[in-house]
Design a protein around this ligand. Structure first.
Ligand code: ATP
Length: 373
């Protein structure tokens, strides 16, 4: 079987600054034409990893391959990669065409060919006929497209994007998420996109690597990360989740029976395997998994239930978020509430029963490990 060489491979790539390991043994393989995002909180090592791929930072150990060839000894300007920076780095004194043609001029391409290629790439990003205009005449979204055109005219194997939507206002950011994904499909080029914003990564990416403390915690599709997070960090970082600390009291197959410090009984599934009676655990349930009812319900010892007082109703257009205070434990619960349906009129102070199934409850070893460790 012939398998296509990935556009980008990192093989146990690490970067230390003195004794501090900013990136630890990161391995990844990105097939051609993939929108690959690296998602993680501030300081987790995303930029350092991107800068190593671009060639601006030398790895301490490991290898880096583009189209199957190591590029460790290749200087940044000779690597088949291009980079869109957060603040785009467009040249304000040059017109749009000169900005887009900049890299081609550096490469010594002749003027006629530069004009042809600039015209073609500007048309592909939906900015035909603007080459003579100043950069200052563009909107924020159009500037993004010029920044991408300036990279794509160089026909890189891999386009690196360093939080390019970070400086935009919310509405434009929402729009540009869709536009960026469309541009990536249109060019069919491998994009490696770093962000701390999970909604950006979830919407645009074919594959996402979740990074924490310099390491990849999990790589998968948006759905895999959301529905089957393999670590507590991923469960908490990707999407909204209610989180409880508990101790395991009993185990049957993958099913766990737990108790919180406040004495609440919980039931859930061992999400990463190997949990045992006595382990301290983090228990996660998504807000949309929690169901409400006016009456107390018999859930036959399989689920989780309680009664909550409505503390807040956060209206958010199509959905609302209900904040409940569990009357037995005092724990706060977030519940996603569709606008249509019988509970849309709930208001602060109302009492309501809630429940969720054990299959929708994912359990992980708590940070700090087993009791007594
Ligand atoms: P952000 O989203 O805030 O940009 P990040 O995930 O991109 O964060 P990095 O910029 O890669 O994180 O930084 C990772 C860690 O490495 C941080 O603790 C940072 O202080 C450290 N670091 C980065 N560059 C250097 C450097 N040149 N010298 C020393 N430490 C550095």
């Amino acid at each position: 079987m012939i398998t296509e060489t990935p556009d980008l491979e990192c093989c146990t790539l690490s970067k230390s600054f003195d004794s501090f390991k900013a990136v630890r043994d990161v391995s990844l393989s990105v097939p051609q034409g993939t929108f690959f995002s690296i998602l993680g909180p501030s300081g987790c090592g995303k930029t350092t990893l991107l800068r190593m791929i671009a060639g601006f930072q030398k790895p301490t150990s490991g290898d880096l391959l583009i189209k199957g060839k190591s590029v460790l000894d290749v200087p940044p300007n000779k690597r088949p990669v291009s980079m869109v920076f957060q603040h785009l780095a467009l040249f304000p004194m040059m017109n749009i065409g000169a900005n887009v043609g900049f890299g081609l001029r550096q490469r010594g391409v002749n003027k006629t060919d530069i004009e042809k290629q600039v015209t073609r790439v500007l048309e592909r990003v939906g900015l035909g006929g603007v080459a003579d205009r100043p950069v200052s005449s563009l909107s924020g979204g159009q500037k993004q497209r010029v920044a991408i055109a300036r990279c794509m005219v160089l026909e890189p194997d891999v386009l690196l994007l360093d939080e390019p939507l970070g400086a935009l206002d919310l509405k434009l950011r929402e729009h540009m998420k869709i536009e960026l994904k469309q541009l990536q499909s249109e060019f069919n080029t491998t994009f490696v996109y770093i962000t701390h914003d999970q909604s950006e990564a979830l919407v645009m990416s074919d594959q996402i690597a979740v990074m924490n403390n310099g390491e990849f915690e999990q790589t998968g599709t948006a759905k895999e990360l959301y529905y089957e997070p393999s670590t507590a960090f991923v469960a908490g970082f990707v999407g909204e989740a209610n989180r409880f600390s508990a101790t395991i009291k009993n185990r049957s197959g993958d099913g766990l029976q737990m108790a919180t410090a406040q004495g609440q009984e919980l039931r859930g599934m061992d999400a990463s395997g190997g949990l045992a009676i006595g382990d301290k655990v983090d228990v996660f349930v998504r807000p949309e998994a929690v169901r409400l009812s006016r009456k107390e319900q018999d859930i036959s010892g399989l689920g989780n239930s309680g009664q909550g007082k409505v503390e807040n109703v956060l209206f958010n257009g199509a959905n609302s978020q209900l904040i409940l205070r569990d009357q037995q434990t005092g724990a706060e619960m977030s519940v996603a509430l569709p606008q249509t349906g019988e509970f849309r009129d709930l208001s602060r102070g109302d009492l309501i029963h809630f429940r969720w199934e054990h299959q929708q409850t994912r359990v992980y070893a708590a940070t700090g490990g087993r009791n007594g460790d």
